[in-house]
Write a protein that binds this ligand. Structure first.
Ligand SMILES: NC(=O)c1ccc[n+]([C@@H]2O[C@H](COP(=O)([O-])OP(=O)(O)OC[C@H]3O[C@@H](n4cnc5c(N)ncnc54)[C@H](OP(=O)(O)O)[C@@H]3O)[C@@H](O)[C@H]2O)c1
Length: 387
C-alpha cells in the first residue's frame, strides 16, 4: 500500500493523531498538504517532520513567519489565507482528511469531494450544514466518504456488507460528558475548564464543550442521517459512560452488531487510512479482561435539550434549521469559552434562534454561507446585548 494524504486541520486534535498514525507507517503514506488555522509554530514543526509539498495557514498574519521558517526547504510551497486552505484541498491525493473544526471547513471539504477520491471525514459541522448538497456531490463525483467520528466509523463497520433492507435502527453511544450527573442548577455555574475536561476522550475545545452539552451527539444524529440515509426514527442515542461500544446496528432478525474499541481516535483514523485493509494503529489497545462493567441508559433530554431539539431540526424540511442549529452553537460555544455567557445559555440561545428565525430555502453552497454569516451576526448581536 502506498497512499498520498492531505490533512486539512493538521494542527488540531484529529490532525495530530492522524500524523501520529502516519508516522508509524512511514513507508505506506506520503503527505501532500498540511493546513492550519493560526497555529504557525505547530505547522512549521509538522512541515519539517513530514516534508509535504504544500503547507497553508488560514491566518494571513501568520503567513510571513511560516514562509520565513521554511525558507531553507524550497521543495515545500507555502501559502496563507482562507483561499490557500482551499488550494490545499484541491491538490491531487488518494485521501484527504477533513479535520478542520466548524463551518470554516465547508468550502475546502466540498473541493476535496469534487476530486472524487477518498475523504476521511471528521468535520461534522460541514455535513450538518450542507446535508444533501454535500451527499449529492459525493454521489456525483463518486467520492468515498469514510467517517472518522468514532460512532459513525463504528456504524460504517457494522453496516458494511449487510443487507440494509433488514436494518431496524442504529444506536449511537454517548459518554454523557463531564456533567452527566450534574443538576441544571449546578450546570448553570459550570466553567469552561470543567466543560472541556472530558471523562473519556481527549479532543479539541469546541467538540469538548459540545460533548458536555450533548450538542455533539445531536450533531452526530444529523451526521448519521445524511451519511447512512436513515430517517430520524431509525437513529437512537444511548448514554454509555465507559465509551467502549461506539455504535450498534439492530437487524430485523434480532441481531445487534456492535463495534467496540478503546476511547482513542487513532482507531477510527487508522480504519479510514487503511480501508479496506486493516493496518496497525499507533493508539491504545483495549483489554477485554478489563471490561468488567458496561452501562447503558436513556439520555435525559430535559437537562440536555440538544437531543430534544435535534428531532425538531430533522422534522423540518430543508437545510435552514440544521444550519441555524449548528451555527448558533458555534457562536454560543465561542462566547461560553470567553466567559461571556453561562453554560446553560448555550442551548437557551440556540433554542431561541431556532424558534424565532426566518428559515430561507437553501439550495446552493452560497446560500449556506450567506445564511451562516447572517446567523453569526444576529447571534453575536443577541449575546452582546444580553451581556
Ligand atoms: N477531536 C476529536 O477527538 C474528534 C472526534 C470526532 C470528530 N471530531 C471533529 O473533527 C473536527 C476537528 O476537531 P478537533 O477536536 O481536531 O478540533 P481542534 O483541535 O480545534 O482542531 C481544529 C483544526 O482546524 C483548524 N482551524 C480552525 N479554524 C480554522 C479556519 N478558520 N480555517 C482553517 N483551519 C482552521 C485548526 O487550526 P489551529 O490549530 O491553527 O487553530 C486545527 O488544525 C471537528 O469538526 C470535530 O467535531 C473531532
Amino acid at each position: 500500500m502506498s497512499r498520498s494524504v492531505s490533512i486539512l486541520g493538521a494542527t488540531g486534535s484529529v490532525g495530530r493523531q492522524t500524523l501520529d498514525v502516519i508516522a508509524q507507517h512511514a513507508s505506506k503514506f506520503q503527505i501532500v498538504a498540511l493546513t492550519a488555522g493560526s497555529n504557525v509554530d505547530m505547522l512549521i514543526q509538522q512541515a519539517r517532520a513530514f516534508k509535504p509539498k504544500f503547507v497553508a495557514i488560514a491566518d494571513e498574519a501568520a503567513y510571513p513567519r511560516l514562509k520565513e521558517a521554511l525558507a531553507d526547504m524550497p521543495a515545500i510551497a507555502v501559502a496563507g489565507g482562507a483561499k490557500a486552505v482551499v488550494e490545499a484541498a484541491c491538490l491531487d491525493t488518494d485521501i484527504t482528511v477533513a479535520a478542520i473544526v466548524g463551518v470554516a471547513g465547508l468550502v475546502p471539504v466540498m473541493e476535496a469531494i469534487k476530486r472524487g477520491k477518498t475523504v476521511a471525514f471528521a468535520n461534522k459541522e460541514t455535513l450538518v450544514a450542507a446535508g444533501n448538497i454535500m451527499m449529492d456531490a459525493v454521489a456525483k463525483y463518486g467520492t468515498t466518504l469514510l467517517p472518522i467520528d468514532s460512532e459513525h466509523n463504528a456504524i460504517f463497520q457494522v453496516l458494511h456488507g449487510h443487507d440494509l433492507k433488514g436494518l431496524r435502527r442504529i444506536v449511537l453511544t454517548a459518554s454523557g460528558g463531564p456533567f452527566r450527573e450534574w443538576s441544571t442548577e449546578r450546570m448553570k455555574k459550570a466553567t469552561p475548564e470543567q466543560a472541556v475536561a472530558h471523562p473519556t476522550w481527549s479532543m479539541g475545545q469546541k467538540i469538548s464543550v459540545d460533548s458536555a452539552t450533548l450538542m455533539n451527539k445531536a450533531l452526530e444524529v444529523i451526521e448519521a442521517h445524511h451519511l447512512f440515509a436513515l430517517p430520524s426514527a431509525k437513529i437512537d442515542v444511548v448514554i454509555h459512560p465507559q465509551s467502549v461500544v461506539h455504535g450498534m446496528a439492530e437487524y430485523a432478525d434480532g441481531s445487534f452488531l456492535a463495534q467496540m474499541g478503546p476511547a482513542d481516535m487513532r482507531t477510527p483514523i487508522t480504519v479510514c487510512l487503511g480501508w479496506p485493509e486493516r493496518i496497525d494503529t499507533s493508539g491504545a489497545r483495549m483489554d477485554v479482561m478489563a471490561l468488567s462493567k458496561l452501562e447503558f441508559s436513556a439520555p435525559d433530554t430535559v437537562r440536555f435539550p440538544a437531543l430534544r431539539l435535534v428531532r425538531q431540526v430533522l422534522a423540518d424540511a430543508g437545510l435552514a434549521s440544521a444550519i441555524l442549529f449548528n451555527t448558533a452553537n458555534e457562536v454560543a460555544v465561542a462566547a461560553f469559552l470567553k466567559r461571556t455567557i453561562g453554560f446553560c445559555d448555550i442551548l437557551d440561545n440556540i433554542e431561541r434562534m431556532l424558534n424565532d428565525s426566518h428559515k430561507p430555502a437553501i439550495s446552493t453552497l452560497e446560500d449556506i454561507l450567506n445564511f451562516d454569516a447572517q446567523i453569526r451576526e444576529t447571534m453575536s448581536e443577541t449575546i452582546k446585548n444580553a451581556a
